[in-house]
Design a protein. Sequence first.
Lengths: 130, 169
Amino acid sequence: MLGHITCMIETFKALADPNRFQIVELLLQGPRPVGDMVERLHLQQPQVSKHLRVLNAAGLVAVRVDAQRRIYALRPEPLKALESWVERYRRIWEQNFQRLDGLLEELKEQGEKTWTQKPPKPCRITKRKL
Amino acid sequence: MDAKTAKAVPHNQTEALKLTAQGDRELVMTRAFHAPRRLVFDALTKPDLVKRWLIGPPGWSMPVCEIDLMVGGAYRYVWRHADGKQMGVRGIYRDIVPQERLVCTELFDDAWYPGEALLTTTLLEQAGTTTLTTTILYVSKEARDGVLKSGMESGVAASYDRLAELVAS
């Protein structure tokens, strides 16, 4: 579990930089050579390389060498871990809120009972006729 | 009593929870309820009612729920797990507009993030549906992201609908 959390922290740290985030966004579209990213992000090559090293260390990207070019691609694992954490937490709150839905229904019914002096209309009879 | 019917909530009456990061220091949680806002407000501020829904994942209960609903008044919640684990939170009400708005601080006993968070909850009623929006303001980006990290372990933090919303903040 602790190892898992450490990985998550690395993922957050790596994504927290606007330029690195943009690189991840670019790579979401598919693998790219470094030169291509330098062009699109209007950054210097050493800067892009530095960010790619950080992303690589966090396990967010993988690199392969194709002739003279270094081609980077996203590794889905850290992003999937992040997403599954997010989903788990959303579920916890959704469980709370579904209980609240049930409670509110109960309160609505109680309110109707308190405020309605007359007995409910005999809809049961209508149903029987149908 | 109609206890059984009261618990049954038709599926289409539940609205999906939305949770997003806003700016560097905030989390925003939005959820719609098919009930007038006076009832939602009661469910947020009356201990007997809060105890019935704010319980968290299976295995947890809420043995302590104290609310002194006035500006400057305190609240205290304690949750306990079947295995003995315990978790508590306390805070002070900063602003109260009955049925409309609640502002309070939040500080967990074993705080995993620095400083108090400030929670602003608003209730908006429209055609019998109440939309609850809670904005949680942390003292720093590190604190907000610390909450995100901790969610892994304690299951108490905030969540996001989608990764895209999380990272696009």
